[in-house]
Design a binder for this molecule. Structure first.
Ligand SMILES: [Zn+2]
Length: 411
């Protein structure tokens, strides 16, 4: 068998296409595969599908999967056809190995899509010696294609969360389907207009705002306002994950301030205070116990308020939860720590939304889990220069999009 034939088979190239020539250069670190079509071949018109004759051709190149350690490229002259049906005009045909307009083969794109779930895009770019801008364009295109096929008609319970693309910058809001446990929509900003954009996207995918019965959100005024005004039938629940995050933020501040006062006692104790006790090793538990025993620290008091607030969520019913929350509130509002008093007020102001968790039973584990996946991707990428890239990555990780159906790979 000739190498041209072998490569043709391996690439899945079928008539009228054939591999004409292969050129390999160790020095240039590349393998070039030249494909051409048989003389007189006809191609389906990209508009109507009728077989059409070649009008002219354009030279194109596609990056393919590496051939061992060498970069591989496919080359072909791609025909424009004149369709026999009037109205179609002269059109560039689609080649079976690549998406229209892409400089990569479908197999290369499928590999990048798979790798992007696990690795930062700039690392993939370095591995293949391409710019990350080109890879982001590819990822965006697949996300966009997959999202056009999404059906949101069954969405009734949503969760909203916000995060920064970079530390403290460029906020992005994410909207999740709490029943299907997937990301529905991501948009830049964290104000109430993000909800307008979500609703427009929901409706574009067959969903209805009146159908939304529950919304799990954090206590941001913008989200509360947006949900109230635009999702008329949604009961607002302040997700336990967000409530606990507030007291963790508060505890972190109290501890950091106090650590400056008592550096010897509190050095390297951030993790001990912020992790749930069940996630500490025995040694870490001992360390924490000895800090707590050492003296009367504000950090210890804040820590106790945190554990008691978390404890509310072990309640089996709303009345039981309300009793526990009242008890927590009484103690927190009498605390000597200003931040804890402030949080007690915040809890009071959002009382019903906090307790509606026990009626709506919106799962918080999912939002928390998905948030940590997105945070992990952010950490791998050391933040995102562009918030749009964070959104694209979140769709890839958490959108449950069906990308596989988008690679019409040659068989
Ligand atoms: Zn046509």
């Amino acid at each position: 068998m000739q190498p041209e034939q072998l490569f043709g088979m391996a690439l899945g190239i079928v008539s009228p296409w054939e591999v004409k020539e292969i050129s390999f250069s160790k020095e240039a670190n590349r393998l070039d595969i030249y494909i051409d079509f048989q003389k007189g071949a006809q191609f389906p018109c990209p508009v109507c599908g009728a077989l059409a004759s070649v009008h002219d051709t354009t030279e194109k190149q596609w990056r393919h999967l590496n051939f061992f350690q060498y970069e591989a490229y496919l080359h072909a002259r791609v025909p424009r056809v004149t369709c026999p049906n009037s109205g179609c005009g002269v059109k560039l045909v689609t080649v079976p190995w690549a998406r229209a307009g892409s400089g990569f083969t479908l197999l290369f794109e499928a590999l990048v899509m798979t790798m992007a779930r696990e690795m930062p895009v700039n690392v993939i770019a370095r591995l293949f010696n391409v710019t990350d801008t080109r890879l982001w364009r590819l990822l965006d295109a697949y996300v966009e294609m997959a999202r056009t096929k999404e059906d949101f008609s069954g969405v009734t319970r949503i969760g909203i969360d916000e995060t920064a693309a970079k530390r403290g910058h460029d906020y992005v809001s994410f909207f999740f389907d709490l029943d299907r446990k997937k990301l529905l929509f991501g948009t830049t900003g964290k104000d109430s207009t993000t909800i307008n954009r979500f609703i427009a996207d929901l409706e574009a995918h067959g969903g209805k705002p009146e159908q939304i019965t529950d919304a799990a959100i954090d206590m941001s005024k913008a989200f509360i306002k947006g949900v109230k005004e635009q999702l008329p039938n949604a009961v607002v629940t302040f997700d336990p994950f967000h409530v606990v995050r507030l007291i963790n933020d508060c505890l972190a501040k109290v501890r950091a301030e106090e650590a400056r006062q008592f550096p010897d006692v509190l050095r390297k104790s951030r993790y001990l205070f912020l992790k749930n006790p069940e996630h500490l090793t025995l040694e870490q538990q001992h360390q924490l116990d000895s800090i707590i025993d050492s003296q009367n620290l504000k950090s210890t008091e804040a820590y106790t308020h945190k554990l008691n607030l978390q404890n509310v969520y072990f309640a089996k019913s709303r009345p039981e939860a309300e009793a526990l929350l009242m008890h927590w509130h009484k103690k927190a509002s009498r605390s000597s720590i200003a931040q804890i008093n402030k949080l007690a007020n915040t809890v009071k102001e959002h009382w019903n939304g906090i307790l509606s968790h026990f009626a709506s039973k919106l799962t918080s584990g999912f939002l928390e889990g998905i948030n940590s996946l997105i945070q992990a991707a952010k950490a791998r990428a050391r933040g995102y220069r562009n918030p749009k890239n964070l959104i694209t990555m979140a769709y890839i990780i958490a959108g449950k999009l069906r990308f596989n159906s988008l690679y019409p790979l040659p068989t």
